[in-house]
Design a binder for this molecule. Structure first.
Ligand SMILES: Cc1cc2nc3c(=O)[nH]c(=O)nc-3n(C[C@H](O)[C@H](O)[C@H](O)COP(=O)(O)OP(=O)(O)OC[C@H]3O[C@@H](n4cnc5c(N)ncnc54)[C@H](O)[C@@H]3O)c2cc1C
Length: 484
């Protein structure tokens, strides 16, 4: 008999959350704390979405997306999760850049960047301060027509080296480009600049376990291997459309509110279906671009082998002469960001690991034959180890395990269309926010745009949407969807 992953699940919940990415997890927890009955459905056998991990023989544990986030995570985790989670967030103090234009080490905050820009890049201090103030003063309601490229041209005309320093890490952090709105760059950049880059001590497996414990304590019914096939919409002619529930693993469960943490476009076009939206909303949704995807190479050293900590925590490495978005996405890889995980990253462990990340185009991998795909993955692993030798001589001999993931891997495990690492481009945010105006009680929370993605963006968006759903639940009578 196949296992029933929905055994003893009820036929009705106040809210169903589809997907256990950081936004889905946080939305579920927030609503349960507010006293609602919540069912959390995850299609994978593990929680966390992109914020997850995997294990390999001999005890290696790889984190997928634990590379760095802004300090705001401490406040968000304390407020919406637990003190234990918030207290486990620690700073990464050693951030390195190495490219044909410059090599430097920084703590990646405003004070240190100001020092570098003035002393190493010879930019007048007034200009640096004016740039930081302009970036920090940006908010989402500002003009969206100015691009990040135009912002840089205004403050640092002709300074490709300065632009590279300021932009390259943010492109890596959320896929944003020089052509995206300056506000989305400015907000994320300022978040990092306030105090630097932070990580979670103990790894994603520990984080997700602590989150799971809190969800259960707050009464959330958490189900893995529960794939939602359909979101049901109650459609009375000449009246509002209203969400009615979902079909999951072939079973229909009713709810007064549904929050989808699945990819925005999948939510609209696949889970709900085109017949339930206004035509102009569908046009806007069709125009939303997916974000790019990523490749990663996961490398574990033999137990007990060490890497010198002078390698840094995060290393933005590139052999490209200039900073260009196309070059970052090109199959012919010139830029890699290395995350070094020392034993202190997982207190009590004797392991050193390195994860190399590169932005990537889905089509470059999806169009390969199975043989070409396997060959390209092996090539990616080999070329990455060769490149890493520049920073860690002898690394090849120290390695116990190495493997690669591609856009197809991310698509497979998270169902994100084209393996999009950060959901959609910035225009996805307005469409995501307008979903409940089209279908009462239906919400989307998850990576959209630049501000609402990444670990901090996803958690905060989960809270915002949970608060909207909470207000809806308090307004709408239980009898509607409960069928009582
Ligand atoms: C390689 C990589 C590196 C990254 N590095 C960083 C970093 O250093 N710092 C940072 O802040 N951010 C980083 N990110 C981004 C960050 O991980 C994500 O923005 C964030 O985790 C996304 O959270 P989310 O809530 O949008 O959901 P996701 O993580 O996208 O999860 C969505 C969940 O929904 C589930 N789901 C989808 N459809 C269904 C369905 N029909 N039924 C049931 N479940 C479903 C999926 O299985 C998945 O678990 C990185 C991302 C990648 C890919």
């Amino acid at each position: 008999m196949p296992k029933d992953f929905l055994k003893d699940a009820r036929d009705y919940y106040d809210c169903i959350v589809i997907g256990s990415g950081l936004a889905g997890l946080t939305a579920a927890n927030t609503l349960a704390r507010a006293g609602h009955s919540v069912l959390l459905l995850e299609q994978h056998y593990k929680l966390g979405g992109m914020a997850t991990w995997f294990k390999r023989p001999r005890g290696h544990i790889f984190d997928i997306s634990l590379h760095g986030f802004p300090i705001g995570m401490i406040k968000s985790c304390r407020r919406y999760w637990t003190s234990e989670i918030a207290d486990s967030i620690v700073q990464l103090k050693n951030i390195r850049f190495d490219n044909p234009m410059f090599s430097l080490t920084t703590t990646f905050n405003r004070q240190d960047f100001t020092r570098l820009l003035v002393e190493k890049f010879a930019v007048p201090i007034e200009q640096v301060q004016a740039f930081f103030d302009a970036a920090r003063g940006m908010n989402f309601f500002d003009d969206q027509s100015t691009t990040a490229g135009q912002l840089f041209e205004r403050f640092f005309p002709g300074r490709e080296d300065v632009i590279r320093l300021l932009m390259e890490p943010i492109t890596y952090a959320n896929g944003s480009t020089l052509e995206d709105p300056a506000i989305s760059y400015g907000i994320v950049f300022s978040n990092f600049m306030s105090q630097g880059v932070f990580t979670f001590s103990g790894g994603t497996d520990r984080l997700v376990k602590l989150m799971h414990d809190d969800l259960v304590k707050n009464g959330v019914d958490v189900r893995i291997k529960s794939d939602v096939q359909k979101i049901h919409v109650h459609h009375v002619p000449f009246q509002e459309r209203r969400v009615a529930g979902v079909t999951v693993n072939g079973r229909t469960i009713r709810a007064r509110a549904v929050i989808s943490n699945s990819n925005l476009r999948s939510t609209i076009f696949d889970l709900v279906g085109e017949s339930h939206w206004d035509a102009d909303f569908l046009d806007q949704a069709r125009a939303v671009r997916l974000n790019n995807s990523s490749c990663q190479v996961y490398m574990a050293l033999h137990p007990g082998e060490r890497i010198d900590e002078s390698c840094g925590d995060l290393l933005f490495s590139s052999t490209a002469p200039l900073f260009r978005t196309e070059a970052l996405l090109n199959r012919d890889i010139t830029s890699r960001t290395y995350s070094f995980y020392y034993p202190r990253t997982r207190p009590g462990s004797d392991r050193c690991l390195v994860v190399s990340s590169t932005n990537a185009n889905y089509r470059d991998w999806a169009d390969l034959t199975p043989e070409q795909y396997e060959h390209s993955k092996r090539e990616l692993v080999e070329s990455t180890i060769d490149d890493l030798e520049r920073y860690v001589p002898g690394i090849r001999q120290k390695l116990d395990h190495a493997e690669a993931s591609t856009p197809l891997t991310f698509q497979h495990y998270t169902k994100h269309l084209q393996g999009a690492s950060f959901g959609t481009k910035f225009e996805g945010l307005a469409v995501s926010r307008n979903i409940p105006k089209q279908i009462e009680g239906l919400y989307h929370a998850g990576s959209v745009g630049i501000i609402m993605s990444g670990w901090l963006g996803a958690i905060n968006y989960g809270v915002i949407v949970a608060n909207d759903a909470d207000a809806h639940l308090l307004r709408s009578p239980v009898s509607i969807a409960a069928g009582t």
